[in-house]
Design a protein around this ligand. Structure first.
Ligand SMILES: C[S@@+](CC[C@H](N)C(=O)[O-])C[C@H]1O[C@@H](n2cnc3c(N)ncnc32)[C@H](O)[C@@H]1O
Length: 310
């Protein structure tokens, strides 16, 4: 079963205070970046719509979704996230162009799977809403596409609830990739996704937040097994194959999830049993580009691929 929102918030809240200071001391986050100071700053939307107060959200540690939002140029992030993002960009100068390229890959891949006839999308690791969102890209091709958005970050969940729900079949679920059975059994997911029909499973820029102890291969296998023939897996993953990024990886050590860079062979194993469509597993800007690859593409540390279950 998915853990209730309040459990997750309470778990995160337990870190507040002590970790605010660890964050400040360990990673040089400017003082004054604690929960009280940060909650009113930067966020564009009310985070109380699900019945919990903004102060209950842990703003003492960087969150992957908010660091990513900051690197994409978004405003839904706190001082700790901006500090982590700046440090990351310092240690991996290609990261900003990399996240843009990852987002562009996501859009091209969604157009590809919808263009191939898939009418259901399960997007695990949704991220904070960023235009164009998955449903906007998919429904520009077919307004009837069903979408289940799943993320384990309470802030993403609240924002997604407010901004991603539409009249077409959409589910917004607070769920954890590390609990694939719970995601697959979730009544909201089941309301919009019929697992007897082809599904596009999106695991875009999320698997690198799972450690080996989380058994990412088993997790992905469980999800792949739940999909019928004709389904697709759309996946991207951070790597250090193109530059030594050990120091960049360490930026996430005190974040709510660690960064776990993987080599090509390990990323390829996530597609086991599925057939990679052309051009296979490549750096994201080189997956079916629809224009000139951005400057610095050769250094981008994201693999991306799309594969079909036959
Ligand atoms: C870098 S963002 C990627 C967003 C979007 N998929 C994209 O590529 O543009 C990663 C997202 O995965 C979510 N995430 C990380 N670990 C997760 C987990 N174990 N279960 C569910 N979501 C998770 C984060 O909260 C964040 O929203």
């Amino acid at each position: 079963m998915s853990r209730p929102l309040r459990t997750i918030v309470a778990e995160q809240g337990a870190w507040a205070g002590q970790l605010m200071w660890e964050a400040v001391l360990d990673r040089g986050v400017p003082a004054g970046a604690g929960p009280g100071a940060a909650v009113s700053e930067g966020m564009e939307h009310d985070v109380t719509q699900n019945g919990f107060r903004a102060e209950e959200i842990d703003t003492s540690r960087p969150h992957p979704a908010r660091i990513y939002d900051y690197l994409l140029g978004g405003k839904d992030n706190y001082e700790v996230d901006r500090a982590a993002g700046d440090l990351l960009a310092d240690r991996a100068p290609e990261v900003r162009v990399g996240v843009q390229a990852n987002r562009a890959f996501l859009q091209r891949a969604v157009r590809y799977v919808v263009g191939s006839g898939v009418r259901q999308i399960l997007d695990i690791g949704t991220g904070l809403p960023t235009s164009p969102n998955v449903h906007e890209v998919a429904r520009a091709l077919d307004p009837g596409v069903s979408i289940a958005y799943v993320d384990n970050d309470p802030i993403v969940h609240t924002y997604a609830n407010a901004l991603l729900r539409t009249s077409a079949p959409t589910a917004v679920v607070l769920g954890d990739l590390r609990e694939p059975a719970a995601v697959l059994a979730d009544p909201e997911v089941r309301r919009v996704i019929d697992f007897t029909q082809p599904v596009a499973l999106l695991l875009v820029a999320i698997l690198h937040f799972l450690t080996e102890a989380d058994e990412p291969e088993r997790v992905v296998a469980e999800l792949r097994d739940a999909l019928p023939a004709g389904s697709y897996l759309v996946l991207s993953h951070a790597t250090g194959d193109f530059a030594d990024r050990v120091e960049a990886e360490a930026v996430y050590n005190n974040a709510t999830a660690t960064l776990n860079l993987r080599e090509r062979a390990a990323v390829e194993r996530f597609f086991a049993g599925f057939e990679l469509v052309e051009p296979g597993l490549v750096q994201v800007p080189f997956w079916r580009p629809d224009g000139t690859a951005p400057k610095g593409s050769a250094e981008i540390g994201f693999y991306g691929g799309v594969a079909r279950k036959v």
